[in-house]
Design a protein. Structure first.
Length: 168
């Protein structure tokens, strides 16, 4: 199951080393929220994440291959049975460079497999600004994370679109 990039509760993986999540997203690290901050997010997560009469926590999801799970905390409402990964879109408005999602079918334009390939920095400067040398590379190349070597699920990374905006 996947949802629109803008759907509250949508999951993605964030590549690179970032101390803050992108705007309108939060790290899936178990941090606590008040229901007043986002009742919609609470209603999507459900009662298993309740920590008190007016509080809930975000899921705690382990990093995958040096990439951190993030969850959309502001955006459109889309209720589902489980926490879905965001959908890989060809629409520039719904693409954020360096975001990673699961993909079962064809890979949309602007996305590539997370297979550890090397890309020229000169042709991928926005991607380089997001992931830098986190996964390796040299003076002329960056390396995308190799998540598909983990087996089972296929992951793709966005290389064309808008760079994410980070909070300070």
């Amino acid at each position: 199951m996947s949802v629109s990039f803008n759907a509250i509760g949508g999951l993605a993986l964030l590549s690179g080393k970032h101390s803050n999540p992108p705007v309108e997203w939060a790290f899936c690290d178990g941090q606590e929220f008040s229901m007043g901050q986002s009742y919609v997010l609470y209603s999507i997560l459900g009662s298993e994440y309740t920590t008190g009469p007016d509080t809930f926590k975000l899921p705690s999801l382990e990093d995958i291959g040096g990439c951190r799970h993030i969850i959309r905390i502001k955006g459109d409402y889309a209720r589902g049975e489980e926490l879905p990964f965001v959908e890989a879109s060809e629409d520039d408005y719904e693409r954020r460079i360096g975001f990673i999602t699961k993909q079962d079918g064809d890979i949309p334009d602007g996305w590539i497999p997370c297979d550890g390939r090397m890309l020229k920095i000169q042709k991928n400067q926005w991607l380089y600004s997001v992931i830098t040398d986190t996964y390796g590379g040299d003076r002329e190349h960056i390396k995308v994370p190799n998540l598909n070597a983990l087996g089972g699920q296929k992951y793709i990374i966005c290389i064309k679109g808008d760079p994410p905006t980070f909070s300070h």
